[in-house]
Design a protein around this ligand. Sequence first.
Ligand code: ADP
Ligand code: MG
Length: 649
Amino acid sequence: MEERGSPDGDPARSLEQGPEGPETPIQVVLRVRPMSAAELRRGQQSVLHCSGTRTLQVSPPGGGPEVAFHFGAVLDGARTQEDVFRACGVRRLGELALRGFSCTVFTFGQTGSGKTYTLTGPPPQGEGVPVPPSLAGIMQRTFAWLLDRVQHLGAPVTLRASYLEIYNEQVRDLLSLGSPRPLPVRWNKTRGFYAEQLRVVEFGSLEALMELLQMGLSRRRSSAHALNQASSRSHALLTLYISRQAAQQMPPVEPGEPPVGGKLCFVDLAGSEKVAASGSRGELMLEANSINRSLLALGHCISLLLDPQRKQSHIPFRDSKLTKLLADSLGGRGVTLMVACVSPSAQCLPETLSTLRYASRAQRVTTRPQAPKSSVAKHPQRLETEMLQLQEENHRLQSQLDQLDCKGLSGSRVAWAQRNLYKMLQEFMLENERLRKEKSQLQSSRDLARNEQRILAQQVRELERRLLSACHRRQPGPGLAPSCPCLMAPAPPCHALPPLCSCPCCHVCPLCQVPLAHWACLPRERHLSQVLGPEASGGRPPSARPPPWAPPCSPGSAKCPRERSHSDWTQIRVLAEMVTEEEVVPSAPPLPVRPPSTSPGLRGGAGVPNLAQRLEALRDQIGSSLRRGRSQPPCSKGLRSPSQVLPPH
Ligand code: ADP
Ligand code: MG
């Protein structure tokens, strides 16, 4: 007997290609049970004949045409339970389950066709009486094989089991600690359909698993009718959860989350039955109707799954609890093995043909097996995802921090620059204001110096005229009276000169004695206040107050260099008296005299020192003239004009 394989001859290898691998058809094997003693007694004939290991010939009674059906394996009644176990390919599913795939083995056929017998052997002969090992079904043999396989893996494997039945469209937990109660069927994205609050029992030995199986079988509903003395009245699903990881190493399972790892599910369907043939009445008829409805829903889903355009079609898995719980096995990511069971009796031919057609079509149903992520593979992936998320968050935070740093630094720099610029601006404004004041003071000093210079120039010119007049009067002329220079042409601009002070002499021309009453000689203080301003006077007499350009007078100095010495003015007054033969009261302000040792600090009055020199020269010239006048008669010869004795400007 050969196992049915994929087109490439290595189904296991093709299944390893993962979720994106090829679609895998449902594997279907056919088991034909032997004629029962009762059937033989009634003289019923067998209409089924095996042809080879994969073909079944149906010979209708009455000589009709034979019909052949091909399956992955065809096992006639002569095959033992061990032959079925070895030929059906359940061990390959066990291997896939150990690799993490979700695998399902289910039996299908009319009632009394041997489904339960194929899976679990003959019904218990009594309470607590185990099934003889030679009659043990696929499940017990698979259990033994799996545990032996796990022991030889050399790696920790955790095995758990659940067992439920669908009875009258109610899911009941066959392993519940109390009496079985209905369980809701839920759905989520990761698990698909599942029975909520189903008890999952961990086991570590074959004996423990066998006890769980016996517990479920004993609690499963079965009744006797005309076709089967121990007819299953429910669909039963026993599931083994295989995790290749020690229990203490497994991550905590969230409530409602499936155990991590592979899965191997055994489904013993209740058989379809004709109520008329089975003779079911009352509760049995209700059970039969419920069973038939769920089987019809299963058949409808399989028919739709056979549609090439099924991906665009809606598969009504929600029509029954059975199709819900088999949805992943039929059209999802699982690996499915169907064991179709038929009776060889001619009396069951219509149901047998229906099962054969049904199973033949099921072979064309494909699934796309996908191994669930094991905890070993899932954990690094989650860590990798978290690491990527943390890296992304790190980049984002770093970027934000850089932006904040840039903004903060530039902002502080800008603020710093603004503060400094504002300081600088304030300093510039203060300096500008100070320079403006200094400029104004300098302009005032310059104007004052110019005014002083102008006044001194007038005095110099006046003194020169007086000197010239004195020279004329002392020079004896032949019959000529001394003439006033005021009357000489060009007329001296003596009248144009403003009076220097309010004294009476200033209102009479010193040369021609013409009254100058029309001159409104302002007081000297007013002259200066107009020039210096009210603050400049400072309450001091103008004669004692130094001009603004004068260097500061040291308190310790004996004499302020700004003030002209008394002898200077005495000499000038003497000179004036000599000229006018009257007492002259000095009217000019004190001349600013530059200290001998200091550099010229005069600003805006550069001509003043020259004037002082001219005054000195005039004084010297007048003194020498006086001396000559006393010692010898004046002589016009050798008389020089004042301009000739004055130093050049
Ligand atoms: P189903 O579960 O399909 O309703 P069962 O498994 O209960 O049918 O089988 C009905 C009867 O047929 C049982 O008494 C069982 O012992 C018997 N039987 C089924 N298959 C075989 C077999 N291969 N060899 C011997 N007896 C079998
Ligand atoms: Mg059964």
